[in-house]
Structures are given as structure tokens and as C-alpha cells.
Design a protein around this ligand. Sequence first.
Ligand SMILES: [Cu+2]
Length: 110
Amino acid sequence: MMLVVGLLFFSMTSIFANVAKTEKIKVYGNCGMCKTRIEKAAKSVQGVTKATWDSEDLMLTVTYDDTKTTTLKIEKAIAKVGHDTDNAKATDKTYNALPGCCQYDRPAKK
Ligand SMILES: [Cu+2]
């Protein structure tokens, strides 16, 4: 009986452990408009439940289901709307199309 309960508990915790993962991703941007754009892009990714970007330290705190998406997918979605991350870069065209106040200093290209 103890073994069954133990096994059940173990399998339940391992399921829950996969449901929501919270990570911080560096996203380059400037202002409140950037914040809205970045958070909207992150939340448009399937599996993302929460996304909050801080314009002070440029960190996006994102909560997602890691069976549905990865941080790289989220970073690519953000790069698509014009914001660089350490693993995904926006195209020059997308970057240049951003409003002037949003044209943040880009990290040096590797
Ligand atoms: Cu902006």
C-alpha cells in the first residue's frame, strides 16, 4: 500500500514538474511600447502562460509549458517583431521598422 501511494505521488510530481517552467531571457528594448510588443510576442507562442519584461534590466520572465515550447522558440518569436535576444536576432529590416523610441542599442553581432 505504501509503495502504491509512493509511486502515485512520485508520478504525479514528475507530471507537474513538466507543466510550468519559469525562465529569464535577455531581450533588448527601450520603453513601454517595447514592453507591450515583447510581451505580446512571447504570449503568442503556444504554451506560454506568462510573460513580463522589465525595461530596467532587460529581462523577460516567462512561464511556459516545456512540453509545448522552448525558450528558443519564444526568442525567435520575439526577434520576429524586432527585438534581439542572445539567441535570436531580429532582421535589420524589422529593426528599422520599429518606432524611433524603440530603436534600442543592438548588442554587438557575433
Ligand atoms: Cu520602445
